[in-house]
Design a protein around this ligand. Sequence first.
Ligand code: PMT
Length: 413
Amino acid sequence: MVETAVNKGAPFLGRRVVVGVTGGIAAYKAAELVRLLVREAAEVLVAMTENATRFVSPLTFEALSGHRVIRSMWEADGTGIEHIAWGQEADLILVAPATANIIGKAACGIADDFLSTMLLAATAKILLCPSMNTRMFENPVLQENLSRLLQRGLSVLMPGAGALACRTEGRGRLPEPEDILEEARRLLTPQDLEGRKVLVTAGATREPIDPVRYVSNRSSGKMGYALARAARQRGAAVVLVSGATALKPPVGVEVVGVGTALDMRQAVFSRLVGCDMVIKAAAVSDYRPKTAAPQKVKKGAEELNLEMVKNPDILKELGMSKGDGGPLLVGFAAETEALLEHAREKLRSKNLDMIVANDVSAADAGFQTDTNRVKMLFRDGRVEESGLLSKDAVAHLVLDRAMEILTRRRAEA
Ligand code: PMT
């Protein structure tokens, strides 16, 4: 498959995923997993163990996947090779939930039903998502089996801790389907940022007027979160410095929550060491109220004047202080007019390697939307237009170009 930013941003598009469902109470979550995979345009085939069918009916998975579910070696299509073909033609096999039994069988090479036989013959990547009672999960036998499978190159998404169906608390919960999906995306994405550290800023800063009011802007954080997720999917260690948002923290990313522009500045500068790239998608308030009232400002006067002072320009400080070995700097420019002119000026005055300009007056781009349309400006004068893309695809495109600059820089050094 040709790797473009569009299919990096939609890693399941045109991919075949086999979901193996085994007999644990979390089998019901596999139905949601299949629904999400189908929604992301994967072709999904489901194999169930006999025990799994006691928890969820195969009909549920047939309706969600649009394909016949296979439970037994003897109900296949008659060719007698589906247990081989499924595991070799798939891009990914996801076993969720994976019981102690299937983990033990896979570790020891036991093939006594369709799913365990398929796992033994598979050439596809395999992601196991264990889910069971804590005592079972912590049992050294289970842990040894998992270590053996990890050594053989299978991937394991460790269970979470919390209340379990057996009415105990502890480690053993199947991760949420969205988190399993995120790990699957990572497995399907080329790891070209492995060994890199990327710092992303996202969302809006909030500058307090009093304890209950603030000055802010319309940034939802979606663009910055898409960048953090994309960098993580491509193997980078990611720090996400985030203003207040309603978004779920991305899996596997260090999230540092901040309030004001001054907080953001402190968070960025204290986490710069070792960074290969800083991408500033956050919408930072250029000004803040000179003083924040200690108590709620009361209604009274006909007019209320707010005295504002300038915030530090974090990106400009980064640009001015970067030496030859400093991180690659990618800015964003949010404009409502003269997009290229203003972006070009920011690229120059903030000493950036690249700037991503978006017209925030458009209905389908900029603030809050799931799509964006950007122009990327480079130091050599080149301008590249993205067209309308999902924010995930824009994120991959920005990372593609940033990586090209880093690679060129390394070759010239
Ligand atoms: O969050 P979403 O709803 O998904 O919306 C995405 C977005 C529109 C916020 C995003 O795509 C975007 O354009 N982010 C930059 C917004 C912005 O503040 O632009 P600016 O032109 O004012 O600033 C230029 C650059 O300098 C930005 O990288 C900004 O982070 C940085 N800056 C600005 C001011 C300041 N005091 N410190 C800074 O570091």
